[in-house]
Design a protein around this ligand. Structure first.
Ligand code: GLN
Length: 446
């Protein structure tokens, strides 16, 4: 009840929520109380949480931040939602996000931007901006998010929270509305590494309803949080600290890396020679997959339908023209272009090859080091409206995070200091299925 009150006040002021499920939450909390009274609860029984509005929730509106799904009530639960509910977690609602998770500032949402709790004139980052703002403003201890190019980690950095994007295939994508299927991964935003570990424990694991879900045992993520860092090899990438990074931000990140060294880790430089190509590669691959995924929204079976259509083509064009915002339309156009006959070889195929090179760079680096550490974003939270006219500057916000998605690697952002009263994040990337290691490092800070 206390959290629902806070959400009604502060949550509304920050525009962090699209839907608050008050009645369902109170009923679930009652059920949890009864279990706990009988001593039958588990670790997460009664723990309050909110879901990014990209996860399908049975009987509850699921908008994905879009007019296209403004009135869509999902007939089923996403696996992530189902597993957390089965573990006793109480969901209080659905958080605001960039439309279909396409954005880095939460300004592409049909429901308006989310405000950063540290400074209401600034963006909380995106696309999981509502989840990050809700956790940062202490409206909820934890929230789910999704990360295709940085959407969990960048908002975590800009709001001073922990963001965890697991290995591609570690957490089921079933019921998570698809943006770019080969990059999308579900994760969490929390206040501590221990909370992230407890939630990942429940979310991770094989799901036969997701063909890319990996059938591999789930380790006990909480058991290794306190493990010593003695002998841990940390890699730093020189280009990460080039001119593109804010100088004060760089200093905080370097100080944070020294914390790991003090714990017994050694630091050495590693090379990711194709790092510069990650943003352009992503902006071919992600729109290509987006254009294909977005084709299911045709105004016929579900979602927004234009009125008084004259024929089928008119229905498609007008429903999609009205239902999708400018950024989603830009991605569909780019994606359709790079996939079209005549351009496929020049752009899409080329991007897939570079993607392999980037993955190969990481593979080589991880022969020498266990974790790569660096900045999560080039600078602290930027003012709302600052980058909306210039998509390229907006896209460059994800320069440090996108590589992990292209290579399918697990990564985290950890709050590591403040610059001019705004939080900044330390970015940690590890080899596939090294979530235990990342959480172990993150536990040193929060
Ligand atoms: N900001 C990136 C984009 O706009 C990443 C978004 C995401 O991770 N969902 O595509």
């Amino acid at each position: 009840e206390t959290l629902l009150e806070r959400i009604a006040e502060t949550g509304a002021a920050l525009n962090a929520f699209i839907t608050v499920t008050e009645d369902e939450a109170l009923a679930a909390a009652d059920a949890a109380d009864q279990l706990l009274a009988k001593n039958k609860g588990g670790l997460l029984t009664g723990v309050p949480l909110v879901h990014k509005d990209i996860f399908c929730t049975r009987g509850v509106r699921t908008t994905c931040g879009s007019r296209m799904l403004d009135n869509f009530v999902s007939p089923y639960d996403a696996t992530v939602v189902e597993r957390l509910a089965a573990a006793g977690v109480v969901s209080l609602g659905k958080t605001n996000m960039d439309e279909f998770a396409m954005g880095s500032s939460n300004e592409t949402s049909y429901f308006g931007p989310v405000l950063n709790p540290w400074d209401h004139a600034r963006s909380p980052g995106g696309s999981s901006g509502g989840s990050a703002a809700a956790v940062a403003a202490r409206l909820i201890p934890a929230a789910t998010g999704t990360d295709t190019g940085g959407s969990i980690r960048q908002p975590a950095a800009l709001t001073g929270t922990i963001g965890l994007k697991p290995t591609y295939g570690r957490v089921s994508r079933y019921g998570m509305i698809a943006f770019a299927s080969s990059l999308d991964q579900a994760g969490v935003i929390t206040r501590s590494a221990a909370d992230a570990a407890a939630l990942l424990q429940v979310m991770a694991g094989f799901d036969e309803r997701d063909s890319t879900s990996v059938d591999q045992p789930v380790p006990d993520y909480s058991a290794t949080l306190d493990q010593s860092l003695q002998g841990l090899r940390i890699g730093i990438v020189r280009q990460h600290f080039d001119a593109g990074l804010d100088a004060d931000n760089a200093q905080q990140v370097k100080a944070a890396i020294a914390v790991l060294e003090a714990g017994g880790a050694t630091v050495k430089e590693v090379d990711l020679p194709n790092l510069d190509l990650s943003v352009p590669t992503y902006y071919v691959v992600a729109p290509a997959e987006c254009s294909s995924n977005m084709s299911r929204f045709d105004g016929v079976r579900f979602g927004h339908r234009a009125e008084n259509a004259t024929d089928l083509l008119d229905l498609y064009c007008r429903s999609r023209g009205e239902g999708f915002g400018a950024e989603v339309q830009r991605r569909i156009l780019t994606g359709t272009y790079v996939l079209s006959a005549g351009y496929y070889d020049a752009y899409y195929l080329q991007a897939q090859k570079v993607r392999q090179l980037i993955a190969e760079d990481f593979r080589k680096a991880f022969a020498d080091v266990d974790v790569i550490a660096g900045p999560t974003s080039p600078a602290p939270a930027f003012p709302l409206g600052d980058k909306t006219d210039d998509p390229i500057t907006m896209y460059l916000n994800d320069i440090y995070t996108i590589g992990a998605n292209l290579a399918g690697l697990p990564a985290m952002s950890v709050p590591c200091g403040m610059v001019d009263g705004l939080p900044v994040g330390l970015h940690l990337v590890g080899p596939h299925f090294s979530e235990e290691r990342l959480l172990n490092c993150a536990h040193r800070y929060a």
